[in-house]
Write a protein that binds this ligand. Sequence first.
Ligand SMILES: [Zn+2]
Ligand SMILES: [Zn+2]
Length: 283
Amino acid sequence: MASCPLGYGSGKEKDHPMACAACHGLAFEPTYALVCKCVYCSACVGDVRDCYSCGRDVEGSEPVLEFQEKIDVFLNAHGPKEKRERGMFWLEHAVKHERKGNFMAADARYIQALEAFKEDESNSKEEISICMSKQAEIRWQRLSDVESGREMFKEAVGQLISGTNPENVNFTTMAVTYMKWGALEHSIANLKAAAELFKCATEARENAFVKGMCDGEDVVASRFALANVRVDLGENKAAEELFRELLETLPRGDQLSARGKAMRQIAEERLGDIDTKTNRAQT
Ligand SMILES: [Zn+2]
Ligand SMILES: [Zn+2]
């Protein structure tokens, strides 16, 4: 089989010719930089003074009109039968846009990835779930759309569970989504919901840990999130228990990652605060 000139499938993909020279995702609302006609996303070209691709001065921009046609030709040459592959293509570009902070473009690409994966729903549940979870985070944190973020987190979990033998659920993916969803509720002081979600995250993490899919610190991180909500709920006793338990679980000293060290420090501080409060209440 002839290999793809862009290296698709080789693991060494070059940039697509219609990739944005700034964010390297497939250009979203593709735009030519003028005078050189190098391609950018409309949102990315605005900040460019010297073209990233050819170095010439950028003196303006104009939309690329024949873009969709070129993309269709490209996609049809790259496995149009394979819905899953097409989904992966869009997913890859979504992640590129997201990494460079072009969130509108990332959101649009996640939608395209989802469309492709959904045509192959029975085989792509996990990919659907991952797309939804990532998109939910963008909606919530970057596009200030809490409502739609929450709906997408909910559906992301649903996709993982539905029609899957409980034995085969990817508990890591599930825990990540529960954690983010919990953080969303926590951020808008929806404390009871946040606590429930962090509990689910902890359970999923424990399952993943038993299967060797994550390390102990990940389990601790979900307990840590739960303990912090307990403090905000004024449930000091429950919080205290959780903080003590996680301090016992975390290894000491150099074996600890930066995240582990930060959790240990905050847990110790919070235990101190709870102690002070309890003593004050008693005297
Ligand atoms: Zn771009
Ligand atoms: Zn250029």
